[in-house]
Design a protein around this ligand. Sequence first.
Ligand code: NAG
Ligand code: NAG
Ligand code: NAG
Ligand code: NAG
Length: 510
Amino acid sequence: MDTKLVILVLVGLIQQISGTSVICYHGTWSHYRLGNGKFSVSDVPAKLCTHYIYTFVGLDSDTNEVKSLDSWLDINLNGLNDANALKTVNPNLKTLLAVGGWNDGSAKYSVMAANATSRATFIASALKWVQKYNFDGFDIDWEYPARRDSSNPADKENFSKLIKEFYKTFHPLGLLVTAAVSAAPSYIDISYDVPALSKYLDFINVMLYDFHGAWENTASHNAPLYSAARFAGTVYADYSVNASIHGWISRGASPSKLALGVPFYGRNNILSNPDKTAPGSATTATGGVAGPYTATSGFLGYNEIIEKFNEGGWTTAWDDEQKVPYAFSGTTWLSYENKESLTLKVAYAKSLCLGAIMLWSIETEDFLGLSGTKYPLLEIIHNELNSNETADSSSSTKTASATTTTTSTTTTTPTTTTVSTTTTTTTTPTASSTSSSSSSTSSSTTSASEITKEDVCTAPGYFRSSANCRVFYYCQLSGIRYIVTKLICSAGLFYDTKLGICNYEKAVTC
Ligand SMILES: *[C@@H]1O[C@H](CO)[C@@H](O)[C@H](O)[C@H]1NC(C)=O
Ligand SMILES: *[C@@H]1O[C@H](CO)[C@@H](O)[C@H](O)[C@H]1NC(C)=O
Ligand SMILES: *[C@@H]1O[C@H](CO)[C@@H](O)[C@H](O)[C@H]1NC(C)=O
Ligand SMILES: *[C@@H]1O[C@H](CO)[C@@H](O)[C@H](O)[C@H]1NC(C)=O
């Protein structure tokens, strides 16, 4: 074993002890990709994931049973068996089989979920598949209840019925039930009975990406951490990780059930004027160049992005308002993730005690190491999850994170850095971050989000303790009473009531 591999193995083992799950989705059709894009189930780095989700099987609308969407791949080529053979590499790995996805549509799920007999048939069939191939659970990716080709408002109630019935069948057998859900608060209200989902699902996989893309006529980010002022008063105002996660929690999701989804891909589109590159600049809304492996206009896997950066000619920049990078080359504008953005998102998940980081998807990670490191994005996730701040708040030696190099929020012009032909983006942006007046990341939190009954709640949401700036409470309305969760920021951090996160003491008015 080389040292790199040893480190990755250790990181994987440590992660399983530290608690936050890492849920790896896999679009298994990546087996068919050519050259550097080919990635099969047996290639999955099982030690770097706590959960592996095999996508997708579908719903047969004639029988209401689960069906293979590609029996050559699933069965002849042994995909389903290979998925569970990953447990020989990582005995602690939990594997799940996912049904649905974008291409399977919504309408037939609506019909199935509306009828108790059909639901029972579907659940029994799902159980048969799970047991036959030795999965540890089932993941439901109905995209989305009461939306797209289903306009049935009853989907919301029927979906939660379906989930509850799944739970009643699966849990006594020790099997997991999870679901992938859309993120933005405006969509939550259409599709999801949040308290029911939070009660009956093991994880709510929040798809915190695809907020913007080449279908729009401005250059905007795929997966921003925070919302932008330019969207205030528009439908896009809550298209961010922060607004969505708060949207789920404030509607009754237990933070420990939420999986914060991060994209292992970027979205590209075409600038109307190559000299106007700032976020919000005009684009043609005609798609973008497709990558050689994913072959989808306006979409580039992280591995494809690395190959393009390695070819040179790109300028990268950091949007300090939304805490994500972007890049441009000629008329191409690209929204993607780098070390800074991913670290901030993981720190954010830690600060709210979320149960997991979820990623879509493992087959577009830089698994060949063309950036210089194999699985660099997973390494960033594990490093941040295992950084000192994950230690529980009773341990005394903790300092603020060394990775929080974010710039002052007062900066209005992005810092730009030209990528040379051989370097990669993970080392570039934010070089000029000297004035750290507000470092918006950080870490935190309680030892075990202990539930207390204190008289601190007058409204739903987060409130800082008046006695101790490190202590804050989450107040969740349950019927006519509040459930109070007490949370504690790591040593050196205070709860920042303005940003809604644990922040450096000097940046917080206490
Ligand atoms: C589901 O939706 C249908 C309408 O499409 C409704 O008649 C039914 O009562 C709903 N609830 C359940 C639990 O089936
Ligand atoms: C539900 O589905 C079953 C089986 O297909 C059918 O016999 C029954 O009539 C359906 N119930 C309703 C209320 O549509
Ligand atoms: C993190 O913990 C390690 C070992 O406990 C220690 O050596 C290191 O100095 C700590 N780093 C920071 C930034 O506190
Ligand atoms: C994060 O979301 C919360 C709840 O919507 C909001 O109060 C807070 O201002 C947001 N933080 C930032 C930095 O936008």
